[in-house]
Design a binder for this molecule. Sequence first.
Ligand SMILES: *[C@@H]1O[C@H](CO)[C@@H](O)[C@H](O)[C@H]1NC(C)=O
Ligand SMILES: *[C@@H]1O[C@H](CO)[C@@H](O)[C@H](O)[C@H]1NC(C)=O
Ligand SMILES: *[C@@H]1O[C@H](CO)[C@@H](O)[C@H](O)[C@H]1NC(C)=O
Ligand SMILES: [Zn+2]
Length: 484
Amino acid sequence: MGSDEIASNDSKNLPMSTRVEENPPNSTTSLLSSSIKYPKPSTSSSVLFSLILTTCVALFAAIAFALLFYSSSKKPMSNLIQENAMLLKKLKHPVVIIISSDGFRFGYQFKTSTPNIDRLIVNGTEAEHGLIPVFPTLTFPNHYSIVTGLYPAYHGIINNYFTDFDTGEKFNMGSHEPKWWLGEPLWETVVNHGLKASTYFWPGSEVHKGDWTCPKFYCQQYNESVPFEERVDTVLSYFDLESDDDIPSFMTLYFEDPDHQGHQVGPDDPQITEAVANIDGLMGRLIDGLEKRGIFDDVNIIMLGDHGMVGTCDKKLIFLDDLAPWIEVPKDWIQSYSPLLAIRPTSNHSPKEVVAKMNEALSSGKVKNGEYLKVYLKEELPSRLHYSDSDRISPIIGLIGEGFKVEQKKSTNQECGGAHGYDNAYFSMRTIFIAHGPQITRGKKIPSFENVQIYNLVTSILGISGAPNNGSMSFADNIVLHRH
Ligand SMILES: *[C@@H]1O[C@H](CO)[C@@H](O)[C@H](O)[C@H]1NC(C)=O
Ligand SMILES: *[C@@H]1O[C@H](CO)[C@@H](O)[C@H](O)[C@H]1NC(C)=O
Ligand SMILES: *[C@@H]1O[C@H](CO)[C@@H](O)[C@H](O)[C@H]1NC(C)=O
Ligand SMILES: [Zn+2]
């Protein structure tokens, strides 16, 4: 999203813990099972009696245990929702608002004073060293991983644009046909459970899936010109709906900044500082609006970004034409140049040979900046990237050094700016994660984690069961409070 990404067709495109914590059903049963004590057989004359007693007690315990297990494991979701709702004062059901500030690199929050974001941090849970995006660290793949809990190979949005080589059809950021968008996004999960969801922009939100039909009132069509304030005010207005049932349980809110500025001027420019202060002001507008309605402490707010940003400058370039003495890599093989090099050679070339020749060239010492590019057969990429299990992913993927760009031929283009999309192991690609609300542990710092965990976090807060995904079921236990 972000105007620059749409316009261009290169790859831009407390310790005061009040832990009432109790985790869903299973932990209850395991706690119980350890507290059942069987009487030891006595050695007196009443051995028989005590044996019978023991048997009865054991039998009783077993039956009680089985009943408990049955009732808790089969606990209807509506009970969980009610239990979660007991943490609320005014609202009748849990609400999660997820806010994305595009390209909010981890650390930006230290550039200037951010009193509103700080409020969320002080009484909420924060990823102390940032949120780890999925690879490639681009806007569409990451936003869709956040709402599906799936790595891009499994949710299908493997880049901001790509070609389906089985059909020849092209995906771009305006493609809303369901066939591209695999997996089950949160808004779909929520409405499939008979609850309401609303989206004020999010990649994939306009796609009809399951019971989600992108209804006009609850689903805004992407229009980057809508002022950020108007977006916040519309989200707030959902809380003014007369019937509680009409207030969405799950809401999204999206801002193009500071990604927009980051591409133009890089991450270390005063314009970024200004954009960050502005985003903090918008968070203040949201918090104030919720406070005026007396529901700030009733609403779970998750503030995050999709990826970070790194400076890219003139000298950090790698030209594919420089590889010609070893291998010609023609333009029409290239699906994406930077910061993710994706190559699909024509069928008369073996990808394996192309990879071998390219790496020979790059490591020869004769290609300028060659040491900052390494190409792989997708199956041989480091497995931590989870970037192979999809026909949409090109057979050859090049990992580009932080801040470098690949181009076809030498140009006089000497521009400085910013980019993202690189290996998600780079610290510069990290973004922020802050959660605050009635069901969120207060004043907690957690280690960095991948954004595929967020899907389960949201379903856990809402007390609904989610679709299979790549997050771990226990992740939410660190953060989410349930009251029984
Ligand atoms: C944190 O919560 C406490 C208790 O509700 C409140 O008194 C305090 O003002 C909050 N801190 C911030 C920074 O909002
Ligand atoms: C996009 O939003 C702007 C500002 O609110 C508005 O003027 C414009 O008409 C909208 N465009 C579309 C296509 O709705
Ligand atoms: C991710 O989740 C999908 C859906 O459950 C599954 O098919 C896939 O194997 C998972 N991949 C990884 C790497 O866990
Ligand atoms: Zn961007």
